[in-house]
Design a protein around this ligand. Sequence first.
Ligand SMILES: [Zn+2]
Length: 192
Amino acid sequence: MSRIISNLLLTIALFPTAIALAACAAVVGEEVLDLDEEVGIPLVAVVTLLFAYIYWTVVWWTTVRWTAARRFWTLLSVYGSLGAGALCGALLAALLDEGEVAFVFGAFIAAVAWMIFSACAWRETGAERAARARMPGGGAYQGPLLCPKCGYNMRGLTQARCPECGTEYTLDALLAANVERALPERELAVAD
Ligand SMILES: [Zn+2]
């Protein structure tokens, strides 16, 4: 299983895990700590929110290429998402007379905003993608690596065997076939 697939599964697992955690925290708050609803519900929301922030960060941490700019945008994502949650919670609190409901709603908005903002901050830039394509194995040719037999795009695979039709190539043969295929298009582009 590739890193991305396992990370996606872990991301999906975040939601039921967070719900289970919230249920456990609610039971502990009510039965063990004997808290009132006005204190207990916001506390459960904060615990669950904290869990969601940490879980999401741990899952994706190693796939992020950490630069100074990306650290800055990540920090901004934390504050921005908390701000968005607080704003939405406050708006709902003004409309509704139920503070606890508004608090839970605000926490939910903050968690969703954190995932969206951080995903934008952590996304690979065009320059980084180009640099990765130039790395050993990527070759100077940056176009698609299509299977000459069935046309499946094999770029990014770790072996030169087509997963679609099963044909095996050497890396040289695969690259040569694709560069050759791309050449006429490039020459036409220059002629235009
Ligand atoms: Zn193929």
